[in-house]
Design a protein around this ligand. Structure first.
Ligand SMILES: Nc1ncnc2c1ncn2[C@@H]1O[C@H](COP(=O)(O)OP(=O)(O)OP(=O)(O)O)[C@@H](O)[C@H]1O
Ligand SMILES: [Mg+2]
Length: 341
């Protein structure tokens, strides 16, 4: 089976072609960061309009790169949610229209399932069952993954997502959008222990997260003393340290609770090198192996949507003539995909 996948849930337009036997044949992405930077965040209406302009040319060039004619496709997958509703609709309408014109089954994919399954694209994919820490711009979840479509939520954030915490702290430090990677860069020049920030929820049992208090603490740290470049770097270091500490402790706790020995870390914050380093070291001590998608597949992309879509289309799941687009969509409501031996 060979499929085309389209992603348009937020501010990245992306397309990919994935073949069951030959693997990932092509993936392309257009980031709208330059479009939104002047506003300091994503403007939903501008995002939708730009997807309309970018997606079809991206599909053309991705199919060409994969040396694949539409007739050679066995199906089409698109991101159906959660995300910005207008942005989702552009991808859904395009995918459904192509499916109709080319007479191919079309399936709407859960964006977070895409993030969870992204490490399956790597040479050494994670085994099932495993624990997944999904840390992105909009979500912070610990999930027990028994198989594709078999997800048990173990814990999530009560307020801000980890990526959102990175971005908001970055904004308070005057860094350009999107702040997460910028803050991580700045943090490498900061001093250990120069600034101390709270580790929310660490002292409490359970697998819930809370990051909203962190931005108040950052606000205090920013206004307490003159904000020199050195002070900025120290605060950035402390922010990254507090977030990474919290994620590592809770992920290890989830592994202990479930008795599992494989951990997936996915989503945009999974690209953070300090998190990768600390998680691998801490998990290694407990005999746990950590699996990551390659850095470019941590943030939004269509390759991960293709992985989830291929599994679902192979299992005979598709949407008929309907278009699915859901701003909110619980992960636990997805149908399971039977395991193939
Ligand atoms: N190196 C990094 N360090 C810290 N944060 C990072 C890094 N790289 C990316 N991020 C953060 O990852 C987030 C983007 O990730 P992603 O694209 O997966 O999220 P999203 O698609 O916006 O949200 P969701 O998937 O929940 O809908 C942003 O908050 C960004 O700041
Ligand atoms: Mg995402």
């Amino acid at each position: 089976m060979r499929i085309l996948a389209i992603e348009s849930s937020c501010d990245e337009s992306a397309a990919a072609v994935l073949d069951r036997r030959e693997g990932l044949l092509a993936h392309q992405l257009f980031s709208q960061i330059d479009l939104h930077r002047v506003y300091g965040g994503v403007v939903p209406e501008l995002a939708s309009r730009d997807h309309v302009r970018r997606l079809l040319p991206l599909v053309r060039t991705t199919l060409a790169e994969a040396n694949t004619a539409p007739e050679a496709l066995d199906g089409i997958a698109y991101t159906a949610g959660p995300g910005l509703i207008g942005a989702l609709l552009t991808g859904a309408a395009l995918a459904r229209s192509l499916g109709y014109a080319w007479k191919k089954p079309t399936v709407g994919v859960h964006h977070l399932e895409g993030h969870l399954l992204a490490p399956l694209l790597e040479a050494e994919p994670p085994p099932f069952p495993h624990v997944a820490l999904l840390v992105s711009g909009g979500h912070t979840l610990l999930v027990e993954v028994q198989g594709i479509g078999r997800y048990t939520l173990l814990g999530e954030t009560r307020d801000d997502a980890a990526g959102e915490a990175f971005d908001k702290a970055a904004k308070l430090l005057g860094l350009p959008y999107p702040g997460g990677p910028e803050l991580a860069r700045l943090a490498s020049g900061g001093r250990v222990g120069a600034v101390h920030l709270p580790r929310p929820m660490l002292d409490r049992a359970g697998l819930e997260f809370s990051f909203s208090g962190l931005k108040t603490a950052v606000l205090h740290a920013v206004s307490e003393k003159p904000l020199t470049d050195a002070r900025k770097a120290d605060i950035a270091h402390a922010v990254q340290d507090a977030i990474v500490d919290t994620l590592v402790v809770k992920a290890l706790r989830a592994l202990e609770d479930t008795g599992l020995d494989a951990l997936v870390v996915s989503g945009g914050v999974g690209a953070n090198l300090k998190l990768r380093e600390r998680m691998v070291a801490a998990a290694g001590k407990q005999g746990v192996r950590v699996y990551y998608p390659r850095v470019e597949f941590c943030t939004d992309n269509a390759a991960m949507i293709a992985v989830a879509g291929l599994a679902r289309l192979e299992a005979g799941q598709h949407d008929g003539l309907g278009i699915q687009a859901r701003a909110r969509w619980p992960l636990a409501s997805l149908p399971a995909v039977p395991a193939v031996s």
